[in-house]
Design a protein around this ligand. Structure first.
Ligand SMILES: Nc1ncnc2c1ncn2[C@@H]1O[C@H](COP(=O)(O)OP(=O)(O)OP(=O)(O)O)[C@@H](O)[C@H]1O
Ligand code: SF4
Ligand SMILES: [Mg+2]
Length: 329
């Protein structure tokens, strides 16, 4: 095992499962008469990140900062424009990566025409990783782990409540035994009363199966409750990365500070933009020079005209990193 055990929590060692090195994703937009792009959306601009086996990594940042692009990249749905993704397995070459996702809205993410057992085993069909005759049994086994009764396997998604549908979506994500599960706002479309049940289920499954989660959420309470570490994104970069308690309780980067200040004391949303359509942050087309946050930063000084790297935070030994010369050292 390369990467070595980095951390031990609840007796579990955490080796690096996936390393992203200077990953960029740029989308060409429109084209002129020579076929050249008229503009470029700079969705990810140099992501360096190690995902550790068995952790929950929270990803926060306002709409358009690149969270979904990062998720699509991990799932292999898009390729980096530059940079690399390195999967680290005990036996390299043995298998290819498998990342599954649970979306915000189980209503639209589950195929209404399929019976539940087929919904749950969809990833296995796609990967052809289990014999067809075993699919029903696999579906029933995973369903029972998420609290869906095995006698309901021939029902259709619309015959279940919102919370049950999200359980089915979780079962689908689990059925192919993925390396990472991306949770994209997994509870924000659910009734308040059901949200805690789903979060508890996710936590319980993680403990029993040593799952690795990437949790994308606007909801600080959810991130605080679930995440071991938090990555704060701004304009396609990680501007702060560290343990959830440090990042959320003692934010160091001026952007994280503003983001958390904007959360009402007892409120939950990082911003009000609970929109699913990607939007654009200022500067996404033409990247700013120097620190990307300079235009909006209340603490900007002359030194901020230089591009900032994600460096260890000043005066802390616990591995927190910030992209700000005032806070890193
Ligand atoms: N297919 C695409 N073509 C062109 N630009 C895109 C595409 N997908 C995303 N973008 C741009 O990349 C940037 C990041 O978008 P992304 O969807 O990753 O943001 P997000 O953080 O997930 O936002 P939200 O919180 O709204 O879901 C945005 O500026 C968006 O306009
Ligand atoms: S480098 Fe300067 S502009 Fe950027 S976050 Fe730090 S203080 Fe603000
Ligand atoms: Mg998104």
């Amino acid at each position: 095992m390369t990467g070595a055990a980095l951390e031990s929590r609840a007796g579990k060692s955490r080796h690096t499962l996936l390393g992203l090195h200077d990953v960029r994703v740029h989308y060409p937009m429109g084209s002129d008469w020579l076929g050249r792009p008229k503009a470029v959306a700079h969705a990810l601009n140099g992501i360096d990140l190690q995902v550790r086996a068995g952790e929950t990594l929270g990803v926060v940042g306002e709409s358009g900062c690149g969270k979904s692009t990062l998720a699509q990249l991990l799932m292999g749905l898009i390729k980096p424009t530059s940079g690399t993704l390195d999967w680290i397995y005990n036996n390299p070459g043995e298998r290819s990566s498998n990342v599954q996702i649970v979306f915000q809205d189980p209503q639209s993410s589950l195929d209404p025409r399929l019976p539940v057992w087929k919904v749950i085993t969809e990833p296995l069909f796609v990967q052809r990783s289990a014999p067809r005759r075993d699919m029903r049994d696999i579906a029933a086994r995973v369903a029972s782990q998420v609290g869906i009764r095995t006698e309901y396997m021939d029902r259709f998604p619309h015959q279940f409540s919102g919370g049950q549908r999200q359980r089915i979506a979780i079962a689908r994500a689990l059925s192919s035994d993925p390396d990472i599960i991306v949770l994209d706002e997994p509870t924000s479309a659910l009734d308040i009363s059901v949200q805690a049940q789903i979060l508890n289920l996710l936590a319980e499954l993680q403990r029993s199966r040593n799952l690795t989660y990437i949790l994308i959420s606007h909801n600080v309470s959810v991130v605080r409750h679930m995440a071991d570490r938090v990555a704060v994104m701004y304009l396609g970069q990680i501007v702060e990365l560290g343990s959830a308690s440090e990042v959320l309780e003692r934010p160091r980067h001026p952007y994280t500070q503003l983001l958390l200040e904007a959360v009402p004391r007892l409120g939950v949303a990082v911003d009000d933009a609970q929109v699913s359509a990607p939007t654009e942050l200022p500067g996404n087309r033409n990247l700013p020079t120097g620190c990307f946050f300079r235009d909006r930063c209340p603490k900007a000084t002359a030194g901020c005209e230089i591009p900032q790297a994600l460096l260890p935070a000043k005066g802390v030994e616990t591995g927190e990193r910030v992209r700000c010369h005032l806070q890193s050292g």
